[in-house]
Design a protein around this ligand. Structure first.
Ligand code: 13P
Length: 308
């Protein structure tokens, strides 16, 4: 795309945002050009918080489908749009509502903690949601006599098990992108850059192998905050590669090494500037959650939102 076309696209998007009374909320894994035109960029929790408090009547969610559903649940009177309905989440696909209903039957004294990377229908069968930035706080907020069914990410669940003595049962789900992050290249990067700080997302498939050598295990916003605050000049970053855009932009004098170049989520990257424009032009694609599901799913999400 030429610079001229790009400028025109961005200008058109800016104009249409005003006409549509819309804000653009983007996840840290979005393509850089989308992050650059967004009104807000953040992790799943920050996106949900921003969406819930914005006064705009339309929210265009640039991320994956469950993020738009969360916005629809928390802002029932706003129009929630996504640029591409096929931007789904492999992790959210790992558990269906029926599978959860069956699993719950095995544990009568358990509460269900659902990572936000789940469908609204699954959230409706859950007691409380969490994100990677508040998972530990959420788990520790639950009554001590209850066991926990943690869905769907087994790596985040495994990490939680190392942080708390709560009894946590894990669902066998994972993110296909974070599974591409393998331990061996990280060991090599650490040898090549011994001064580099190693920051890792808890969804990483190499969690068990790398947990002991990680300097911090953090959500995407946690990684961004740490990179800014740290005195280190070099970082090894184990998560989806879209985060490198903000890391480099916000820390021009620091160097970032992706743990795996191939950890690029093709669903996150389905959104493009053109699709953002079309979305605002035609007010597509609207994401709505059926009211009978929303009534229950909202409770689980709002319980999480109350945890500071
Ligand atoms: P964060 O909440 O850390 O941004 O993670 C969201 C996500 O979908 C990771 O795959």
């Amino acid at each position: 795309m030429s610079l001229k076309t790009e400028t025109t696209l961005v200008e058109k998007i800016d104009e249409l945002k005003k006409v549509r009374d819309a804000v653009i909320v983007a996840h840290n894994y979005q393509a850089g050009e989308i992050q650059d035109i967004a009104d807000f960029v953040g992790d799943s929790l920050a996106m949900a918080r921003y969406g819930a408090q914005t006064i705009a009547s339309t929210i265009l969610v640039c991320g994956v489908h469950f993020m738009a559903e969360s916005a629809a649940l928390l802002s029932p009177n706003k129009k929630i749009l996504v640029p591409d309905l096929e931007a789904g989440c492999s992790l959210a696909e790992c558990i269906t509502k029926d599978q959860l209903v069956e699993w719950k039957k095995e544990f009568t004294n358990a509460v269900v903690v659902a990572y936000v990377n789940t469908s609204a229908a699954v959230k409706a069968e859950s007691d409380i949601c969490c994100t990677s930035s508040n998972a530990l706080k959420v788990v520790e907020s639950l009554p001590k006599d209850k066991e926990i069914l943690f869905i769907p990410d087994m790596y985040l669940g495994q990490w939680l098990r190392t942080k708390t003595d709560r009894k946590i049962h894990l669902w066998n789900g994972s993110c296909h992108t974070h599974l591409r992050i393998r331990p061996e290249p990280i060991f090599d990067l650490k040898k090549e850059h011994p001064q580099a700080e190693f920051l890792m997302h808890p969804e990483c498939g190499c969690l068990t192998a790398c947990m002991k050598i990680a300097d911090r295990i953090l959500s995407t916003d946690g990684i961004l905050k740490r990179a800014k605050e740290s005195n280190a000049k070099e970082f090894i970053i184990a998560t989806e590669t879209g985060i490198l855009h903000r890391l480099k932009k916000e820390n021009p004098l620091k160097t970032f090494y992706p743990a795996a170049q191939e950890a690029a989520c093709e669903f996150m990257k389905k959104n493009t500037l053109e699709k953002v424009l079309w979305s605002l032009e035609d007010l597509v694609y609207e994401v709505k959650v059926p009211e009978e599901i929303a009534l229950k799913a909202r409770i689980a999400l709002e319980r999480m939102m109350q945890i500071q």
